[in-house]
Each structure stands twice: as C-alpha cells, then as structure tokens.
Write a protein that binds this ligand. Structure first.
Ligand code: ADP
Length: 294
C-alpha cells in the first residue's frame, strides 16, 4: 500500500507547489493589468494629508460589462469612524474597498475623500492615504526589514522596532539568526499565517495613514493572536482619528463599529449599528444568530 501511496503523495506536493506558483503569477498579472486600466487624470492633485471623510455616492461598477457587480452604493464615513462591511462571500465588500484604492474606476457615481473625487488625486498620493491589511498578506523575497520599510522607506530602525513591538512580533524576529535582516518569502524563513499577519499590521502602523482598510483574516489566526492584533490596531487607531473600513467575517469583532453596512449582491441591504440591526430582526440579525450558534 505504502509504495502505492508514495508517488501520489509526491504528486500532490508538486501539484500544490505548481498551483501556488500559478496563483502568484495570477496575482502579479492582475496587478499589472490593474496598473494599465487606472491612470492619473491630466492634472491630478497631490494630497499629502486628509481629515478622513470618505463618501461613496451612487457608485456602480462592473468587472465585465455583461454583469454589474456593484450598483447604487452610497454611504459616508466621518473622520475616525469605523465602518464594517459584512455579508456573504461574493456580495461585493472587497470590490468596494478596491474601488476606494482605485484598483478599478467606478463606472457610475463618485468616491471622494475630504470632498476630492479620488479620480482627481494622483494614484501615488491616494494610495499613501490608505493603509491596507489584506486577508492574506504577502511578503516579498527580501529581509524582514525591507518588507516593513516598503511601507515607509524613510522609517528609522527605532520606529520599525516600535511597530513590531506593538504587534508582538519583535521578540520572534530576534529569535532568527539574522534578526531583522532575516530573509523571508519563498527563499527565506517560513513564517506562520499569524506571524505574517502581525508583520502586515506592523507595516500598516509604520505607514501611519489616515485611512485604514482591514480585511479580517479568517482561518490563519487563532483567537488569542487575533485579539492581540486587534488591541495593537485599536491603540494605533486611537492615536489619531483614522477612518477605518473593516471587512468582517466574524461579527463579534465589529459590535462597536459606528456603522455596519450589510452587503448583498452588490447593494447595501441594511445599515446601522449592531444594536439597531439586531433590533430590526433582518439579514444582519440572522447572520448574527447563525454565528452565535456556531
Ligand atoms: P466579497 O468581498 O463580498 O466576497 P467580492 O467583492 O470579492 O465579494 O466579489 C463580488 C463579485 O465580483 C463576485 O461575484 C465575484 O465573483 C466578482 N469578482 C471579484 N473579483 C473579480 C475579478 N477580478 N474579476 C471578475 N469578477 C470578480
């Protein structure tokens, strides 16, 4: 039996490797394509800092013109507010955040930051205003220090250490033979999902942007790690008013959000605070009782 299973095991290992290479290639391709579709307007403004008002007005978008992905999306966030985006997979939550980052342009409507249409801002300054923690952060091949400073090339070593202490990854980094100069990525030390997530949060802390987009991790992180990352992010948020968008998978993490937007098929079907929405006894309260039972 064993001799029969061996080749299958190897095959599945190679297969996984090939698939993950393909996925990386696909991501890269997607990034390159995104660069080509969205460009600066003729005379874009360079915006260095904002208060953090964010507004979506009647936004529509389609990845492919046969099918609208998002339609009639409207909401506004005041500086310092936390807005949670919830709803089933495929409902359009991450598309909404990609539109804010201008990975794609809206087909109708407008997105603005402090009353500037984001299409009038240079792409560079727009992306500098927004710190993103993706659900599945990637580290590029290079040292830990390079991966962190990529967010803010001018960061001092002391600032970098401080960000890593805040996310409780500093001590772990010191256990590696080359400390902050340790190579990570495909050719370097392998880090766990939780460690990569902590580095991604440290990267965002270093970037110190006025607007945050957090795509909550689901499986990579245990509850203990999740709450310590959450504490680091809360402390960071409270240092100044940072408008925060959270794509929430676990509703327990967003009960105190200022607004919860419930997405379904590219539209907001319910909105309000946790308390309002529970009292409404609609889609959100259904999702809440389903998760509370799980
Ligand atoms: P959510 O974040 O709520 O899970 P998404 O915004 O990822 O939802 O997806 C919304 C819809 O857009 C889904 O039907 C999804 O299949 C589609 N979609 C997402 N990304 C792309 C893409 N790059 N190209 C084409 N369709 C996409």
């Amino acid at each position: 039996w064993d001799s029969l299973i061996w080749p299958v095991k190897w095959l599945s290992h190679d297969y996984r490797q090939i698939m993950s290479d393909l996925i990386d290639a696909e991501r890269l391709l997607a990034l390159l394509q995104q660069k080509a579709t969205v460009v600066d307007c003729e005379e874009p403004h360079d915006i260095r800092d904002v208060e953090g008002h964010v507004a979506f007005e009647d936004v529509c978008f389609a990845y492919d013109n046969r099918k609208t992905t998002i339609c009639g999306l409207g909401f506004s966030a005041q500086p310092g507010q936390t807005i949670a985006l919830v709803g089933a997979t495929g409902a359009g939550k991450s598309t909404a955040t990609k539109l804010l980052l201008r990975f794609y342009d809206v087909t109708e409507g407008k997105i603005s930051i402090d009353n500037h249409d984001i299409r009038d801002i240079t792409l560079d300054s727009l992306r500098n205003l927004i710190g993103v923690v993706p659900q599945d952060p990637l580290l590029f091949n290079g040292t830990i220090l390079e991966n962190l400073r990529y967010a803010k090339p001018s960061a001092t070593f002391a600032e970098t250490i401080e960000a890593c202490q805040a996310t409780s990854i500093h001590d772990k980094i010191l256990t590696f033979p080359d400390g902050y100069k340790t190579h990570v990525g495909e050719q370097g030390v392998k880090l766990s999902g939780g460690e990569v997530q902590r580095l991604a949060v440290a990267r965002v802390i270093l970037k110190d942007a006025p607007i945050l987009v957090l795509d909550e991790a689901t499986s990579a992180i245990d509850t203990h790690t999740e709450s310590s990352i959450q504490r680091a992010l809360d402390a960071f948020k409270n240092r100044r008013k940072r408008t925060t968008f959270v794509i929430a998978h676990r509703l327990s993490t967003i009960v105190s959000a200022d607004q919860i937007l419930v997405f379904d098929e590219g539209k907001i079907v319910e909105r309000g605070t946790h308390k309002n929405l529970i009292a409404r006894d609609g889609v959100y309260s259904g999702l809440w009782s389903k998760q509370s039972r799980a």
